[in-house]
Design a protein around this ligand. Structure first.
Ligand SMILES: [Zn+2]
Length: 238
């Protein structure tokens, strides 16, 4: 059996461990910051891919429209040329020249349009897959957010409740022992460790030597050789 003081310290240790658990869970909530960053990044990538696609698509349509206008213009020139209204050779030459220029420009545009036909569908695919990725990332973050608000309130409530119990419990332990306990806790987060049925340290798994077991049974304050935490032994009673 452990001494009454060690039993009280063990109670404090259990409280401290519960508070530590809450702290760890609160820290795990920081995950939301990461999820938000991922969602923001995915959204920015979609915006960029989508912008790229729309820009190229608009350029393609402008060229197609320009070529349509050229076709119309060429038709109207041909109408003039073959309509018989123009007979002056100079005028005919000028129109022929204009028509040739227009056809050359159209051929240039066609070449560019072919490039767009190849590129634009690929950009569209990229934008669509970026959109799916963004939707997934945004949903992950919003699911987390919905859940986190509830969890945060509960964690804060438990934290306050448990922290309020600590001072009274700490007062029941002598200054030497609690000083030692708090020093270990400051270093290793957990200040005390139970001795298992297999006579090992519950925290670090080190085997507890027979000599130490004798001291524990004798109610001495002994620390684990593996992790230096204060050992707690109930002799299998608890
Ligand atoms: Zn240990």
């Amino acid at each position: 059996m452990a001494s009454a003081e060690l039993m009280r310290l063990h109670k404090l240790h259990e409280l401290d461990r519960a508070i530590l658990q809450i702290r760890k869970r609160a820290a795990a909530m920081e995950e939301g910051v990461k999820l938000k960053a991922l969602a923001d990044q995915a959204r920015a990538e979609f915006d960029a891919a989508n912008g790229n696609y729309h820009t190229r698509h608009a350029e393609q349509r402008d060229l197609e429209l320009a070529n349509q206008q050229i076709t119309d213009k060429v038709k109207s020139i041909e109408k003039q040329l073959f309509g018989g209204s123009i007979v002056n050779p100079k005028e005919i030459d000028a129109l022929e020249h204009q028509k040739a220029g227009l056809i050359a420009a159209q051929a240039g545009n066609d070449e560019k349009i072919l490039g767009y036909w190849d590129e634009v569908p690929k950009l569209k695919d990229l934008a669509e897959s970026a959109k799916s990725r963004a939707e997934v990332a945004i949903k992950k973050f919003s699911d987390w957010k919905a859940n986190a608000a509830v969890q945060k309130v509960e964690l804060e409530r438990r934290f306050k409740e448990l922290s309020a119990q600590r001072p009274a419990l700490a007062k029941t332990i002598g200054p030497a022992l609690i000083g030692r306990y708090d020093a270990i806790r400051a270093k290793s987060q957990v200040g005390m460790a139970d001795v298992t049925h297999e006579k090992t340290c519950e925290e670090c798994g080190s085997a507890i030597p027979e000599m130490v077991m004798v001291q524990l049974i004798d109610d001495k304050v002994v620390v684990c050789e593996g992790c230096t935490r204060i050992l707690y032994y109930t002799g299998g009673v608890v």
